[in-house]
Design a protein around this ligand. Structure first.
Ligand SMILES: [Zn+2]
Ligand SMILES: [Zn+2]
Length: 387
């Protein structure tokens, strides 16, 4: 089962869907047009059931095989949302919405899963049920979490779930995957250091919040270098540092910092939060200031399940002859929530030598469509072989 001929035939049609989505990007949960198109197509393909409004603007389609005696139900998930980036590709189908852009290829993901749904609804050459899942708000909004909270897995009886993301740098038509932790947890923090402002010429009458905050930034580096096991991964980055004074001669009353903590292990994630809070609070106290920490939990670590990962790689090898071992990725992915609820796997499909995702010159490669669609179809037909 290399590339399926049907997807070579469908390529112009799927490409047209993809470019239309690209031209009309929608951010977070505002995927109203996109969701409407997805639902309309799924109905036109003859899906047995189409449900809208799960996880606010998510869409689900159900396709039953020629037989369903196996009792198996597999979920296939794509994301639909764009990013608040101003597109600079110069492509004829570039975003028509200033400040919004499909810079992560979710237009391609949606189009590929629609293509697979069309094929699966036409052929139904499997024994079981496929649930195609189109989620909003992957880019920081937790759309996957919201769909799970709306009972996605239970309502459709999903037993296993699979996801796919295009990846620049992996050759077109090739795949990469890894078992276990794959994408990082992505927490965010704000630290406010409250000192005592005053005249820059009279530091002894102040509590210099800028000096205190600087000590905090330095001390936070000890989490990765001295608290974490050096064979594991953790990133602690302070990304914003704003004092309440813009003057040359004023010691600021307050400093506000922002940043992110990313890890590949739930235990290290807990340690990171504990150490960050303790370091900020006690360092500030040591200098007579006060620290307020607001720690905001983001996506959990995305962990691929062993057996399903091996299966996903087998299907990829059938499609493209090979499946590489993917590196750890310190970005986040809210498919993590679905993999917390059900066994499954997430795979990368090559986008070729393009700008990286989230770059204003990035574009999804339509040449990746046949491989991506063939992988989706292969997962279904191999996991639930026709009776
Ligand atoms: Zn992204
Ligand atoms: Zn993405």
């Amino acid at each position: 089962m290399p590339i399926k001929n049907r997807f070579a035939e469908l390529l112009p049609e799927i490409t047209a869907w993809r470019r239309d989505l690209h031209e009309n990007p929608e951010i977070l949960y505002e995927t109203h047009r996109t969701s409407g198109i997805v639902a309309e197509r799924l109905r036109a393909f003859g899906c047995d059931d189409v449900v809208e409004g799960l996880g606010r603007t998510g869409v689900v389609g159900v396709i039953r095989g020629k037989t369903t005696g196996s009792g198996k139900v597999i979920g296939l998930r794509a994301d639909m949302d764009a990013l608040p980036i101003h597109e600079q590709t110069g492509k004829p189908y570039a975003s028509k919405t200033p400040g919004a852009m499909h810079a992560c290829g979710h237009d391609g993901h949606t189009a590929m899963l629609l293509g697979a749904a069309k094929y699966l609804a036409e052929t139904r050459n499997f024994d079981g049920t496929v649930v195609v899942i189109f989620q909003p708000a992957e880019e920081g909004g937790g759309g996957g979490r919201e769909m799970c909270a709306d009972g996605l897995m239970e309502r459709f009886g999903i037993q296993e779930v699979y996801g796919m993301h295009n990846w620049p740098g992996i050759p077109l038509g090739q795949f990469a995957i890894r078992p276990g932790a794959f994408f990082a947890s992505t927490d965010q923090f704000e630290i406010t250091i409250e000192g005592k402002g005053g005249h820059a010429a009279k530091p002894h009458e102040t509590v210099d919040s800028t000096l205190v905050a600087s000590h905090v930034v330095l001390a936070l580096q000890s989490i990765a270098s001295r608290n974490a096991d050096p064979t594991e991964q953790i990133v602690v980055s302070v990304t914003s540092f704003e004092t309440s004074s813009k003057a040359f001669n004023v010691i600021a009353q307050r400093v506000h910092m922002k940043g992110t903590v990313r890890t590949m292990s739930p235990e290290l994630r807990k340690l990171g939060q504990e150490r960050l809070t303790a370091i900020a609070e006690t360092t500030a106290r040591a200098y007579g200031a006060e620290a307020k920490v607001n720690y905001m939990k983001g996506y959990p670590v995305m962990i691929n399940h062993g057996a399903e990962t091996e299966f996903a790689a087998e299907v990829a090898r059938e499609v493209s002859g090979d499946c590489a071992e993917a590196p750890l990725i310190m970005g986040g992915e809210d498919f993590a929530y679905m993999l917390e609820e059900r066994p499954g796997a997430y795979i990368l499909v090559g986008n070729g030598d393009t700008a990286s995702v989230h770059h204003p010159e990035y574009d999804f490669s339509d040449e990746a469509i046949p491989a991506g669609c063939s992988w989706w179809a292969g997962v279904v037909e191999r996991r639930m072989p026709a009776a």
